[in-house]
Write a protein that binds this ligand. Structure first.
Ligand SMILES: O=P(O)(O)OC[C@@H](O)[C@@H](O)c1c[nH]c2ccccc12
Length: 256
């Protein structure tokens, strides 16, 4: 399933490349004002930090929310105290687009993450051209050579890679990259099964100094407290924020 999601995202990027050649996207990426310092925004603090996600649907959960105006939702996230915003740009299963990312970028002063199945340099240039400050790389979807190439390109463009893992072995691969921002996704992207305790089991295997991000499966403040107690610096929350009152939910999540 992860392989299909990635193959589809790469195919969609190749189709866009027909009308927007790499040289154009590269030029647009380099013409952007510099990316925001996401590592600074997500630096460990005395309180948990939240990356708030804009996601219309997912293969595991189906339709979640219409989100006619992603910029307005992003402004609510900013008002509610989020430290960064994640925008799903995958179109087929998650209902997102690069236009969503651009609209969000224009609406808020927070760092913005391109959340997609990134496997080619073209997609990284697209992210920067749309105004992304962070780009997600999923270790399970990439071989080490590609992972290194994309990681270095993200950094060279002034952005911050968020390296997503789902096992001790993948955490080691993230550490070998020198990654400073590493996530553990509670959801296995091959089976879509949730393991809420995976983050806790892996928390002390993060490399020294890395910012520790717990991804997925937060529905209540108790879930945030559980991740915090297990060592998370940051939690990435989608479903609970797009289906409920974003400002009220953020303030409850930040109060733990
Ligand atoms: O909606 P949730 O359970 O709060 O999860 C958010 C986020 O972690 C999830 O959307 C996600 C994490 N990693 C991904 C990779 C691709 C697509 C989606 C994701």
């Amino acid at each position: 399933m992860l392989a299909d999601l990635t193959a589809n995202s790469v195919a969609d990027a190749l189709a866009r490349r027909e009308t927007k050649p790499l040289a154009d996207v590269e030029a647009a990426a380099l013409a952007r004002p510099p990316a925001l310092d996401a590592l600074e925004a997500l630096r460990p603090a005395s309180h948990i930090k939240i990356i708030a996600e804009i996601k219309r649907s997912s293969p595991s959960r189906g339709a979640l929310a219409q989100i006619a105006d992603p910029a307005a939702l992003a402004r609510s996230y900013e008002l509610g105290g989020a430290s960064a915003i994640s925008v799903l740009t995958e179109g087929r299963k998650f209902g997102g687009s690069l236009a969503d990312l651009e609209a969000v970028r224009a609406a808020v002063a927070l760092p913005v993450l391109r959340k997609d199945f990134i496997a080619t340099p073209y997609q990284v240039f697209e992210a920067r051209a749309a105004g992304a400050d962070l780009v997600l790389l999923i270790v399970a979807a990439l071989d080490d050579t590609t992972l290194r190439e994309l990681y270095d390109l993200i950094v060279a463009l002034g952005m911050t890679p968020l390296i997503e893992t789902h096992s001790a072995d993948e955490l080691e691969r993230a550490a070998a990259l020198g990654a400073q921002l590493i996530g553990v996704n509670a959801r296995d992207l091959s089976t879509f099964e949730l393991d809420r305790d995976l983050f806790g089991r892996l928390a002390d295997r993060f490399p020294d100094g890395a910012v520790r991000v717990a991804e997925s499966a937060v529905l209540s403040p108790a879930d945030v407290a559980h991740y915090r107690a297990s060592g998370a610096d940051v939690v990435l929350i989608g479903e609970a924020l797009v289906t409920g009152d974003p400002i009220a939910n953020l303030s409850a999540f930040l109060a733990v």
